[in-house]
Design a protein around this ligand. Sequence first.
Ligand code: SDX
Length: 430
Amino acid sequence: MSQQAELEVGGKVYQLPVVVGTENEHAIDISKLRDESGLITLDDGYSNTGSCSSAIAFIDGEKGVLRYRGIPIEELAEKSTFIETAYLLIYGHLPTSQELRRFSELLTQNEMLHEDMKFHFEGFPPNAHPMAILSSMINAASCFHPRLMEGYQPRNFELQSARLISKVRTIAAFSYRKSRGLPIVYPKPVYKYTANFLHMMFSEPYQDYDLKPEVVRALDLIFLLHADHEQNCSTSTVRMIASSRANLFACAAGGVCALWGPLHGGANQAVIEMLEQIHREGDDGSKFIADAKDKKSGKRLMGFGHRVYKNYDPRAKIIKEQCDRILHLLRSDDPLLAIAKKLEEAAMHDEYFIERKLYPNVDFYSGIIMRAIGIPIEMFTVIFAIGRMPGWIANYKEIMDEPNSRIYRPRQVYVGPREQHYVAITQRDT
Ligand code: SDX
């Protein structure tokens, strides 16, 4: 029997249906509220508002649980690869060997950029932030594929999504090489996805980068752990743009811009900048933590806290374990790791963080691994974007496959001036 919620306002009682999700989440469906009552709801930051029903990712923030299409992130991290997980997110099931082979072949066939794209790269100043380059070059790339402008066609989706996943990696590597004044290194079909990215980033025309399997695996895991995460800021942005029926590349370019913010994907860069500042100042972390607790300081413990996780982010746990392994392998003794661990230890025993349920999130340790691999700090959020691409694509497809999906158009509560009238400029100067 379906459940109902009752809302009593001004002596009138409204019956609202209650929707129950797979994991027993309960939601009050308010889609008819304004028609029936003239009322809307207000929810700063959407903390209490579900924008959609989705079957892609599931998070239990209280328990620190994350599943992609029902499979726990810990199992995928241990047994899967980024590209196999990308297929799972986009198509809703783990691929057969034939499906995975076809998907990989499509990625290989679409790894190159149109040669004229090089002129766009020439147009950026050397210090252009790679996230600015990435978002603009994704849209630029779509101009070379006119069929994209036809909007969503199921028969074209497989090729378009493979194009986006493959080319975003090439764009990122090319923008890095350009920013360093290095010659562009083209992809090699013999390399798989993540290895090819490292090849394009770090090989030289005269010799290929030494692709250590553990390093490839560590970066592939970083991509996998970032692949999707329910209706986070950037994924919600992608859905917002998709709801107007814009093309896939336009949605992804918008997602990149939303991800860039330091409160979201930009946090991985901000964490390292924070750790470097603490190291530089010889602070044992206690001064920074004191500042982070003091609202007037304007500082936050970057990489800590989460809108949904009120427990340890399961991705942070996995990445933290990888840190020790990869630094040991690369014999890289990064003092920032020790500082990060001390910060975590201090915060986890500090009443301020405990009562607010602030734990390390995915960004707290990921930068340590990227540094050890040699990825420059300004590329950290680009790495996040490459990883998140399958999640954005899966959410785009979910909206497009929903025949009755409507354009996203939230309401507001108006708090501006009451009606007033135009005043000629001659009257205004008196
Ligand atoms: C990502 O949504 C997703 O799923 C995102 C993501 C994904 O995979 O897509 O998981 C990736 O974006 C991870 C988050 C990366 N951002 C950071 O690490 C930046 C630092 N963290 C915060 O700014 C904050 O925790 C947010 C942005 C992550 C969450 O912000 P909320 O949910 O709006 O929480 P809030 O700002 O309302 O904070 C609640 C309280 C406040 O104190 P009080 O007003 O109650 O006294 O906690 C405090 C905040 O001041 N607080 C922090 C803090 N985070 C929250 N205080 C110090 N340091 C922090 N990091």
